[in-house]
Design a protein around this ligand. Structure first.
Ligand SMILES: Cc1ncc(COP(=O)(O)O)c(C=O)c1O
Length: 417
C-alpha cells in the first residue's frame, strides 16, 4: 500500500470488495422461516399465527405486558401519541436532533412538537427540558440516538414531577439498556421501527410496548380495527363499541415482515454482544487519534451500537473541513464512514419551520424555528462521522482496515489542506 492518499491519486487502504456492511444478516434458516410463512398465511387480521408469536416474543424479551406490532416505526409513533391522549393544541417536547418521524406524526394530531436542545452525545439534554414545559405540555418523547440510551432516570423524574407522559422512540436501540432496564420500557409507551438497518429488523414494520392496559386498547383502536379490536378490547370498555372501525386506520405488519423480525429477535442478543466486542476494539484504536473523538458511553449504559459515532475536530487537523476529511476516508475505500443525512436537527426542516401549507390552521405558529436555534445539536450533527458496527469475529480484519484508512488520512491530513 502506498502512503499517498487515495484522494490524491494513491492506492486505497481498504481493498475488500463489495458492500462492507449488510443488514439484517440473512441465512438459510431465515430464508426457510420466511418461505414457510408464504405457505401459512400472508394476511393475518387477528392476533394469531406469526403476529401473535412475534408479539409474545417481544413481550418476553422486553419484560412488558403488551407488545403490538404495526406497519412501521412511524405508525408505531403515531399510535403511541394517540394512545397517550396527545390532542389538538397539546405540546410534546422532543429532541431537536432525531429522525423526523420521532415527532412528525404530531402534525397529524394537530399537536405541537416543541424541540429541545440535545447534548454532545446527540440525546435530549435533560437540563433543557423543564424550561420548555408550559400548561399545554402533555408528553416528553425521547430518542436513543444511534442506540445510545438517553439519561432516562433524570427524564423519568422530570416527567413524574410535571405529570407528563414519558414516551420513547427506541428505533435505534432494540435491546439497549440503562441501569439494567431495557429502553422502551421506562415510560407510558415505547415505539420502535423494524425498518431495514435497525438493530432488530423485519425489513419494514414497527411495534409499541406498554405495561398500561388502557394504552394497549388505544393502540389497538388506533391501528387495528375490527378483528383485533373486537377480540382484545373487553366488552364494557368505553372503546369496545368502536371496534368495527377503530379510529379508521389499518396499520398492520405484513406477516412476512413478522416472520423475519421473529427470526431476528432470537439472534438479537448475540448480535449485540458481537457488536460490543468490535465497538470496544474500534473505540480503543481511535482513542488517541487526533481529529476524531469517540463519543463516550456513560457508565451503566449498554448501547445497541446502531452506530459508533465520532465528533470530528477540525482544530486538531489544521482546520481541515469535515467534508474533505470524509471524502478522503471514502476515497480510501472506507465507504461505510458515513455522515448523518436525514437524521438532522429538525429546526432545519421545512415541515418544522412552516407546517401551514401541509397542515392548514395547524396551531404551530407560536414555535417558529430558524437556523441556529439549537447550536449544540446543529454543531454535533455537522461534525458527526459514524460507522456501522460489525458483529462477527470474521469482520475484525475489515474493522482493522477501516482503522488503517483513518490513520492514513489523519497522518497525511496536511496534504489535504
Ligand atoms: C429514530 C427513528 N424514529 C422513527 C423512524 C421511523 O421508522 P420507520 O421507517 O419504520 O417508519 C426511524 C427510521 O429510520 C428512526 O430512525
Amino acid at each position: 500500500m502506498t502512503q499517498t492518499l487515495a484522494l490524491l491519486g494513491g492506492e486505497p487502504s481498504v481493498t475488500a470488495p463489495g458492500a462492507h456492511f449488510a443488514w439484517p444478516p440473512i441465512d438459510d434458516t431465515t430464508r426457510a422461516k420466511v418461505a414457510a410463512q408464504l405457505d401459512t398465511a400472508v394476511s393475518i387480521p387477528g392476533r394469531s399465527g406469526i403476529v401473535a408469536e412475534l408479539e409474545d416474543a417481544l413481550q418476553d424479551y422486553f419484560g412488558v405486558r403488551h407488545a403490538v406490532t404495526l406497519s412501521s416505526g412511524t405508525s408505531a409513533l403515531h399510535a403511541a401519541y394517540w394512545a397517550a391522549r396527545v390532542n389538538a393544541g397539546d405540546e410534546v417536547i422532543v429532541p431537536a436532533w432525531t429522525f423526523h418521524a420521532t415527532a412528525s406524526p404530531l402534525f397529524h394530531l394537530r399537536a405541537v412538537p416543541v424541540l429541545c436542545e440535545t447534548g454532545p452525545d446527540g440525546n435530549i439534554d435533560p437540563t433543557r427540558v423543564e424550561e420548555l414545559i408550559t400548561p399545554r405540555t402533555r408528553a416528553i418523547m425521547i430518542t436513543h440516538l444511534w442506540g445510545r440510551p438517553a439519561a432516562m432516570h433524570a427524564l423519568r423524574a422530570i416527567a413524574k414531577t410535571h405529570k407528563l407522559a414519558l414516551l420513547e422512540d427506541g428505533s435505534h436501540a432494540h435491546g439497549a439498556s440503562h441501569g439494567g432496564q431495557k429502553v422502551g420500557t421506562f415510560g407510558l409507551a415505547g415505539a420502535f421501527s423494524l425498518n431495514g438497518p435497525k438493530p432488530l429488523s423485519g425489513g419494514e414494520g414497527g411495534f409499541v410496548l406498554t405495561n398500561d392496559d388502557d394504552t394497549y386498547y388505544r393502540v389497538l383502536t388506533f391501528a387495528h380495527y375490527n378483528k383485533r379490536a373486537k377480540s382484545e378490547i373487553p366488552q364494557g370498555h368505553p372503546l369496545a363499541r368502536y371496534a368495527v372501525t377503530g379510529s379508521g386506520l389499518k396499520l398492520r405488519i405484513h406477516p412476512l415482515a413478522a416472520a423475519l423480525a421473529n427470526d431476528q429477535l432470537g439472534r438479537l442478543d448475540g448480535y449485540l454482544a458481537g457488536r460490543a466486542e468490535i465497538a470496544r476494539y474500534l473505540s480503543e484504536q481511535f482513542a488517541d487519534m487526533p481529529g476524531l473523538d469517540v463519543v463516550a458511553m456513560p457508565d451503566g449504559v449498554i448501547p445497541s451500537w446502531y452506530a459508533l459515532t465520532f465528533t470530528y475536530r477540525p482544530d486538531e487537523l489544521g482546520g481541515l473541513s469535515v467534508d474533505r476529511f470524509h471524502q478522503a476516508l471514502l476515497a480510501e475505500g472506507a465507504t461505510e464512514f458515513d455522515r448523518p443525512g436525514s437524521t438532522r436537527p429538525m429546526n432545519q426542516l421545512p415541515l418544522y419551520r412552516q407546517p401551514g401549507p401541509l397542515f392548514p390552521g395547524h396551531p404551530h405558529s407560536h414555535r417558529r424555528y430558524v437556523d441556529g436555534d439549537f447550536p449544540i445539536a446543529e454543531h454535533t450533527y455537522q461534525h458527526t462521522i459514524k460507522l456501522p458496527v460489525w458483529h462477527r469475529e470474521q469482520d475484525l480484519p475489515l474493522a482493522e482496515s477501516y482503522v488503517s484508512a483513518a490513520r492514513k488520512v489523519i497522518d497525511h491530513h496536511k496534504e489535504l489542506l
